[in-house]
Design a protein around this ligand. Structure first.
Ligand SMILES: Nc1ncnc2c1ncn2[C@@H]1O[C@H](COP(=O)(O)OP(=O)(O)O)[C@@H](O)[C@H]1O
Ligand SMILES: [Mg+2]
Length: 359
């Protein structure tokens, strides 16, 4: 499996340029202040902020370069400063130099661990996704097979209309149009599976919440039918667009829906209802709720369900909810579970929208 390696937080190119410009402005300001103030005022120690901030978006070599530049500025300021206590000067200068060097070394040592953490999380999400798609093979095969049989039928019908005496071109054209639209349907199912299976770097865009839900439902419709689950989807009026990575949001939904279906395994078939609701939460966030009529939450410590490798299923992996929480939180949302009064569980998560208040 390919592991994407990139910065701890993926930052756009303009974002990087802006941050770098901010760092340079900070260094210039610090240089002026350090030069103008007296020797006993140890402003130079604030250069320590530079490697710390740079670590979040720059590669190791650039962090080293910047730290070197800071040291150069520090020493130049010291040479240029004439006022103040000449005894305090060298002490302040040495402390500042040591602090900047120590911070840089620490940052460079911790960085690989941070990067490895990000890579491991991505890998786990990828494993979970492929695992879920594996569980859905029957459903996916069915979703592709349906348009394929329709294509075969329409193709045969087309041949018959063409072979008739005289040939009925109108009917043949209609049959061909059905072939084309069914082929497009099959292709779109495959495209959806591929986008879910492929490891891709996160890409946030403005999404229609209901379309995002419906698109993933199309992939598991057969899974729901086979398990005799009745599904209702409700969406609030005038929902603002959601800012999120579509594949990741669909992975979250898929996790929660598959868990709900599994939780309803022992519910009598007539009572297996799944409700997905989309509404606007406080602060302008979009709230997604997946409600089931399953066995319910069998624990007082609901938080524990979100721990990695916590599972109550004989063949469970226990990573679905851990990945869910990681995805939702990196989007700036929250995820939690509640027990339904009438039995079963509900899982809720929020995502930012165009109306989310920025604190
Ligand atoms: N809808 C639900 N109803 C009841 N319990 C649930 C539900 N969803 C998750 N759980 C509990 O949370 C545990 C962890 O879920 P998850 O992280 O998806 O791992 P897995 O499904 O592999 O067990 C499950 O084993 C189950 O005990
Ligand atoms: Mg699960």
């Amino acid at each position: 499996m390919k592991i994407a390696t990139h910065d701890p937080q993926p930052v756009s190119r303009t974002g990087k340029a802006l941050r770098l410009a901010g760092l340079f402005a900070f260094m210039a300001g610090l240089f002026i202040a350090d030069t103008l103030t007296d020797l006993e005022i140890a402003i130079g120690v604030l250069y320590v902020a530079v490697p710390l901030v740079a670590a979040s978006f720059l590669p190791a070599r650039a962090i080293l370069l910047l730290s070197g530049l800071c040291l150069g500025l520090l020493l130049t300021s010291y040479e240029l400063t004439s006022g103040g206590d000449p005894a305090a000067g060298p002490i302040n200068r040495s402390i500042s130099v040591i602090v900047v060097i120590a911070a840089t070394m620490l940052v460079l040592r911790i960085r690989p661990a941070i990067l490895a953490g990000v890579a491991a999380r991505e890998q786990l999400a990828q494993v979970a996704r492929v695992n879920m798609l594996g569980e859905l093979t029957a459903s996916i095969a069915h979703e592709v097979n349906q348009p394929l049989s329709a294509i075969a039928n329409s193709g045969n019908a087309g041949l018959r209309w063409l072979g008739a005496q005289p040939p009925n071109l109108d009917k043949a054209r209609q049959a061909l149009a059905r072939v084309v639209s069914d082929a497009e349907r099959a292709a779109s199912v495959i495209a959806r599976v591929r986008s879910l299976a492929r490891p891709v770097p996160p890409h946030r865009e403005w999404l229609n919440a209901l379309d995002t839900v419906e698109e993933i439902i199309a992939l598991i419709r057969d899974e729901l039918t086979r398990n005799q689950v009745t599904l209702t989807i409700e969406s609030g009026e005038g929902m603002p667009p959601v800012l999120a990575d579509k594949v990741q949001v669909q992975q979250v939904l898929l996790n929660l829906i598959l868990n709900a279906v599994e939780a309803m395994g022992t519910t009598s078939p007539g009572g297996r209802t799944l409700r997905i609701r989309i509404s606007l939460a406080e602060g302008g966030q979009a709230l997604f709720s997946v409600q089931d009529k399953g066995i319910g939450l069998k624990t007082d410590n609901v938080e524990k369900l979100f721990d990695a490798f916590h599972t109550t299923k004989p063949d469970g992996m226990g990573i679905g909810l851990a990945v869910t929480r990681s995805i939702v939180e990196t989007h700036g949302g929250k995820v939690w579970a509640t027990a339904n009064e009438e039995g079963g569980a509900s899982f809720h998560f929020t995502l930012p929208t165009s109306r989310t208040d920025i604190p």
